[in-house]
Design a protein around this ligand. Sequence first.
Ligand SMILES: Nc1ncnc2c1ncn2[C@@H]1O[C@H](COP(=O)(O)OP(=O)(O)OP(=O)(O)O)[C@@H](O)[C@H]1O
Ligand SMILES: [Mg+2]
Length: 258
Amino acid sequence: MAIIKKFRITNFKKKTEILRLEKISVYFNKRKILEDLNFNLQQGEILGLLGPNGVGKSTIFNIITGLIKPNYGSVYMYNKNITNDPIFERTKKYKIGYVPQHGGYFHDLTLRENLKAISEIVIEDKKLRSEKINLLISKFELEALQNIKADFLSGGQKKRLVISLALLSDPNILLLDEPFAALDIMTIKNLQQIVVDLQTQNNISIILCDHQARDLLSCVDIAIVLSNGKVIAKDTPNNLIKNIDAQNAYFGDSFKIN
Ligand SMILES: Nc1ncnc2c1ncn2[C@@H]1O[C@H](COP(=O)(O)OP(=O)(O)OP(=O)(O)O)[C@@H](O)[C@H]1O
Ligand SMILES: [Mg+2]
């Protein structure tokens, strides 16, 4: 697997912190899901979340967007506590874009109608709406698919549509929940390039999670391994796979990136 990221920004210390999750605990029906979870995201960084099924990756995204309120702990954007801010305010004021693990589009609308429907909510200027839609259709090479009902698009085409929908509102942060799931090798490579381009060309900070650990590690700056509701390791991909705690909890001892 080729490393998609040509260079990694390894020193984020001088950069601005955009998001921080502090001492987050979440319980569902008294079952502990996340416990005292802490991590942050720097402006312009691509951060990967790794961890087994059910560890709480999608729950973390839901906490950031405001779909779930943590039982304990706080979420900060640019050092402002947004734990009690409603979903629409986080989306609008702090420009958080979200590509969910499943769905995220109107099944019965065509690709263009999907973009039109969301643009009517997030872009006030009518002329700007169609300009933005055309730009995204061209950027993601969706021209030939614009009049096809979303339900009939292939898995990779749906992913490109849902990412386009999230980009309509010009997010500062983009959350991608398993973008590579069930996609073929070339489509994954194409999506990895899209992710890296969003960082380098649009300065969007990105958090993504995926079970395709190699694919994830080849396009992030830094990654986290989650286990038992906590962050057990956070490092650059090359260092992370050598981390003993990360190996024991997630990678095993023979995992290699290339
Ligand atoms: N609304 C809810 N009510 C009860 N339990 C929930 C709820 N949402 C999530 N859970 C539970 O919380 C845990 C974490 O779920 P989550 O979807 O965040 O895992 P995940 O890491 O995204 O897993 P996967 O890799 O399979 O997508 C799971 O045990 C799940 O059953
Ligand atoms: Mg999930």
